[in-house]
Design a protein around this ligand. Structure first.
Ligand SMILES: Nc1ncnc2c1ncn2[C@@H]1O[C@H](COP(=O)(O)OP(=O)(O)OP(=O)(O)O)[C@@H](O)[C@H]1O
Ligand SMILES: [Mg+2]
Length: 430
């Protein structure tokens, strides 16, 4: 067996196991299950069958006859990690119930008796809590939606866990730009026998209705379709804002005498943060505050103090729903507050305007080390396809967009007068 290939795992007849589990992989999935490479990278379109294939690989590994084994199924966020882990649990519960030694769903920890009578552990992990990724050596690791994960998670956490036990890794995802996942994919196309990679569009899943895909092709912006269904690695196609780092050259600035400032305010809902962000007329971000779990009256006071300090800044606030009482309280407190009503259309206009300003480098953001959360949120903000099939923009699941909205609100009244607002967000997709 060539170096880099997985030793031992061939002892299990995967085909027979899958048949027992009632899983008939389609040809694309077969290619992955049959590979012996110790690093497998799979870049496939939506609904291709990624999560199911990943879950089946995890189960096959856990059924391997060994004294002990441990592997992780990892996804970028809590929700996604739960989805893969639940998929594993579902199959185990319906076909392998007699093999369960213990199942702690809240810990996402499943212990099974494997085909050799030994103990195999499967743990579901979310990459948004890197601390939980420290520790034990792993026999295998499956990563779903790998391209949506920070590169450091694979490089510094997961691949490190595989070294001691010469474990294998399977990374599976829709493509997303040309980041670390693309680099791994390229490596799998080269001569290194340890790496093998595949790139398959959604329509290579024979179970998926071709007519539905063609309908999506006409409905979706070209770039979104190519990435999500065509599984193409396109530069920046999933991200809404370009030139974020190029714009991040500024620094905080104290208020200048007689200058006029514009603030954007995004209020915390339940889980997220309140952000207020100030810009000067040159469209430089000069001041930023972000906090959560703060009493309403204290928030009001904090916002008013900042507005007063910045020469009674104009503040644009999301006045929809729960934002309305704060907007009115700010007015009563003597702030120069203006409301911005959020609808799907008004949000799209706001985001489009910010995207255009960043594209044209008309905004100066603080340097990344001064405000990493702002830069991260802007870079992560993405196009996605909602469950109802519409294209939407927003933070990836598990991430926030409060900084983005506060910035977009602050920049709104600073957009050049002559700008026509008919431009829609789709013009940014190539
Ligand atoms: N070989 C197969 N046999 C039967 N059903 C399958 C097979 N592969 C995938 N499916 C089904 O197709 C659907 C999509 O599969 P899955 O969720 O694994 O795809 P995905 O690529 O992870 O999709 P998404 O991009 O939405 O995450 C699921 O209902 C799954 O059960
Ligand atoms: Mg999936």
């Amino acid at each position: 067996m060539a170096t880099g290939q997985v030793e031992g795992v061939r002892r299990l007849d995967k085909k027979a196991l899958f048949a027992d589990l009632g899983y008939v992989p389609h040809p694309g999935q077969v290619a992955i299950h049959e590979s012996h490479a110790s690093r497998r990278i799979v870049a496939c379109g939506v609904r291709w069958g990624k999560t199911l294939a990943a879950a089946m690989e995890a189960l096959a590994a856990a059924m391997e006859p060994r004294d002990r084994s441990i592997g992780w199924v990892v996804a970028p966020t809590y929700d996604l990690a739960e989805r893969v882990f639940n998929q594993v649990v579902l199959v185990v519960a319906s076909h392998l119930r007699h093999r369960i030694v213990s199942l702690k769903e809240h810990d996402r920890r499943l212990i099974l008796r494997n085909l050799g009578g030994g103990i195999s552990e499967i743990r579901g992990k979310s990459a948004d809590n890197p601390v939980s990724l420290l520790g034990e050596g792993l026999d295998w690791c499956v990563v779903d939606e790998a391209s949506r994960m920070r590169p450091s998670i694979w490089e510094n956490h997961l691949s490190q866990r595989l070294i001691d036990k010469k474990g294998w890794g399977l990374l599976i995802s829709t493509p997303r730009g040309k980041g670390y996942f693309y680099d791994l994919f390229k490596r799998g196309q080269g001569n290194d026998p340890a790496y093998q990679s595949w790139n398959m569009p959604s329509w290579e899943n024979p179970l998926l209705d071709r007519a539905v895909i063609e309908q999506e092709r006409t409905r979706l912006p070209d770039g979104v379709f190519k990435q999500e269904f065509g599984a193409e690695f396109l530069e920046g196609s999933g991200s809404v804002f370009r030139n974020v780092r190029e714009c991040a050259t500024g620094t905080w600035k104290a208020p200048e005498y007689d200058a006029r400032y514009y603030a954007g305010l995004d209020l915390a809902k339940v889980e997220d943060f309140t952000v207020h962000l100030f810009m000067n007329k040159a469209r430089e971000v000069v001041h930023f505050e972000r906090y959560n779990r703060t009493d309403w009256a204290i928030q009001l006071n904090r916002i008013k103090t900042a507005c007063d300090r910045y020469n009674k800044a104009y503040v644009l606030v999301d006045s929809t729903g729960s934002g309305e009482p704060m907007y009115e309280a700010l007015l009563r407190a003597g702030c120069r507050a203006k409301g911005y009503g959020f609808t799907a259309a008004s949000k799209a206009a706001l985001i489009t305007s910010l995207a255009l300003a960043l594209e044209q480098r008309q905004i100066v953001l603080p340097r990344p080390e001064l405000c990493p959360v702002l830069i991260d949120e802007l870079e992560a903000f993405e196009f996605s396809i909602s469950d109802s099939g519409n294209t939407r923009t927003g933070a990836p699941s598990g991430m926030h967009d409060d900084c983005v909205i506060a910035l977009a609100l602050a920049a709104w009244d600073l957009r050049p007068e002559q700008r026509r607002h008919s431009t829609t967000i789709t013009h940014f997709i190539r």
